[in-house]
Design a protein. Structure first.
Length: 146
């Protein structure tokens, strides 16, 4: 397969994987940390109306969904990529960061959460995933040379 085509597919696979992980964590979050009484979390309008009822514990799973979804997507992109593994992992991180920024405008959240989410959940996780894969790839190449 041509490296450019493989890299495009790597980014697409990363975005799909990250989205699946993100949504999976969001889906189970309510059964682990129930939403506040009276909060309708099934619609954006319901979330906006109930946001004042949310406590810090209610932001754990959204953060984990963003961070682990980005990590998983970036990891897959870096593994599948033919070249530029770290750059493509970061591209997936930028994609999810753009989604996080859009989410801030669509669904206002406390300032502390917005800062933590946008600074720690996306680019750092993508960088970490990319570094893990590139370090692993480098170690494998060195082992093959020995």
């Amino acid at each position: 397969m041509h490296p450019i085509l493989r890299n495009i597919l790597a980014v697409i696979a990363g975005i799909v994987t990250g989205s699946i992980v993100n949504m999976g964590l969001i889906q189970v979050s309510g059964s682990i940390i129930p939403p506040p009484d009276g909060a309708d979390v099934t619609t954006t309008e319901g979330l906006k109306a109930a946001m004042h009822l949310f406590e810090p514990k209610h932001f754990i799973f959204p953060f984990l969904a963003h961070a682990l979804g980005t990590f998983a997507g970036a990891f897959v992109a870096a593994i599948v990529a033919a070249t530029h593994k770290l750059r493509l992992a970061l591209a997936v991180g930028v994609f999810f960061l753009a989604g996080g920024i859009a989410s801030v405008f669509m669904l206002p959240s406390p300032t502390w959460y917005t800062i933590v989410d946008l600074t720690a959940a996306y680019l750092p996780m993508a960088w970490l995933a990319g570094k893990l894969v590139t370090r692993k790839s480098r170690s494998a190449r060195q082992a093959n040379l020995a």
